[in-house]
Ligand binder design. Structure first.
Ligand code: PLP
Length: 457
């Protein structure tokens, strides 16, 4: 007999987490330390505090403290759009005719439209606490910039966003949302920074890349008094903040006596995946439970499935610390026809290390199949998903279809990270039948991988 499980498993406000969980504390083998790009020595708190707010730099370097209190002001901000619902996808199950039970944790229920606000408010909060004037950042598709501009508006902080030029031009509405919240948005590469000038000179007419926008934003932070740089993914501090997703999901599942079998997340820089899986991975690491955890990335930017585990630059300009991660090389730029987001060349060092230890597996998906899954999901579940999130939908559907063959009633949980209203150019391509799949050849991958920094470890 199946229990009577509602469509939406809400938590009460008082059931929301009051602490973030740092999965590194439960890892016997820790992620490798980040290194100074010049000396190749582990970065100290003092050095890191020149780029990040001091409190965030502390979080970045702390791999032993399991729980961090969520400051009350952040808890209150979270209450405006959290707890986020865990939804039983009854209609999708019916559509797929599967015995599996599918659940998704929906993070798109705020104006920025994604999970990124969970970390944006935390980072803005610590900047404010430190008495800073403002923060600088980069944004690719625009979700992070939007989230950060909302958080900065709330706390009355200045927000400067370097937006990858092709997105700046293709996504004018994202740009205008940021400006409405008071952010200053500059197309990158710009002529405002030395690195931007250099890149423009080297590659005239370039439409930019995330790695390049990062370099610009870092330069802007360190050259203006009272500013620090913030980043929306990849970093361990971001995974820490995003653990709110996994903690809520776990509390909700426990509340209804549901044990997840399979947990699936899309992976760009690894922040939503890392946040969703953290408490579950912690149980695996402590030997308390087992889960089948799957990261899904695009076939056109396959850092986990085809990259190497090595120290690499986090940005094109090579100003940021080096991180050991699964990477395609900081010079890797996904094919121009790739429309589905998740285009960063590397992967969070925490997710990379968990993957290396076999705590999670990874798969890649081609974009046409991802959009097909997105369309089915939109039709039956009502939510128009972000292309990024749809990578997780695709694999959740694959897994549910497998259950049909084996007759297993597995509990599949996936992260639905956001909505796709600003991705209509990509959907238009799909609807017009103009979307193609591009999978880089081994030779193409070898090129950027050949330029990895040489680090003795
Ligand atoms: C940014 C983003 C992602 C990918 O980033 P991660 O750090 O890998 O989570 C996924 N989905 C949405 C909706 C996003 O905005």
């Amino acid at each position: 007999m199946e229990q009577n499980i509602p469509y939406k498993i809400y938590l009460e406000e008082q059931e929301m987490p009051k602490q973030w969980y740092n999965v590194r504390a439960d890892m016997k083998k820790k992620p490798a330390p980040i290194l100074d790009p010049e000396t190749l020595k582990p970065v100290t708190l003092e050095e890191l505090s020149g780029i990040f707010c001091t409190e965030l730099a502390k979080q970045e370097l702390d791999d032993t403290t399991p729980y961090f209190d969520i400051p009350e002001e952040i808890q209150n901000f979270y209450k405006m759009y959290r707890p986020s619902p865990l939804v039983r996808a009854y209609c999708l199950e019916k559509k797929l005719d599967t015995p599996a039970h599918i659940y998704y944790k929906f993070e798109g229920n705020n104006t920025s439209g994604s999970h990124k606000l969970n970390s944006a408010i935390a980072q803005a909060y610590y900047a404010k606490q430190q008495g800073l004037k403002g923060v600088t950042t980069e944004t690719g598709a625009g979700q992070w910039g939007t989230a950060l501009s909302m958080a900065c508006a709330y706390l009355d902080l200045d927000c400067q966003v370097y937006m990858v030029k092709c997105s700046y031009e293709q996504k004018p509405f994202r740009r205008e949302v940021m400006r409405t919240y008071g952010a200053k948005v500059t197309p990158s590469p710009s002529m405002n920074t030395k690195i931007g000038q250099k890149i423009n000179e080297q590659f005239p007419g370039t439409t930019g890349s995330l790695g390049c926008a990062i370099s610009e934003a870092v330069e802007a932070a360190v050259t203006q008094y009272g500013y620090r740089y913030v980043l929306g993914s990849v970093l361990s501090q971001v995974l820490l903040h995003q653990s709110v997703i996994g903690l809520e999901a776990k509390t909700a599942l426990d509340k209804y006596g549901i044990k997840a079998d399979t947990i699936i997340g899309c992976a760009g820089g690894g922040s939503n995946l890392g946040g969703l899986i953290s408490p579950f991975a912690g149980e695996i690491l402590r030997g308390e439970a087992n889960y089948d955890i799957i990261a899904v990335e695009p076939s056109s930017c396959p850092s986990l499935t085809r990259g190497v585990y090595a120290y690499d630059f986090c940005d094109t300009g090579k100003v940021c610390p080096l991180a050991k991660m699964y990477t395609l090389g900081s010079g890797f730029i996904p094919s121009a026809n790739h429309a589905g987001g998740l285009r960063y060349h590397g992967m969070s060092s925490v997710v990379s290390e968990l993957y290396d230890q076999g705590i999670l597996t990874a798969r890649s998906a081609e974009q046409t199949a991802v959009f097909q899954a997105a369309q089915i999901f939109a039709k039956v579940e009502g939510i128009l998903p972000a292309p990024e999130s749809s990578h997780a939908i695709k694999v959740a559907m694959d897994e549910a279809i497998k259950c049909k063959e084996t007759g297993e009633a597995k509990n599949i949980v996936f992260g639905l990270t956001g909505t796709g209203y600003f991705d209509m150019v990509a959907y238009q391509k799909f609807n017009d039948g103009q979307m193609s799949d591009y999978v880089p050849t081994d030779e193409e991958l070898a090129k950027a991988l050949g330029e990895l920094p040489k680090v003795e470890v």
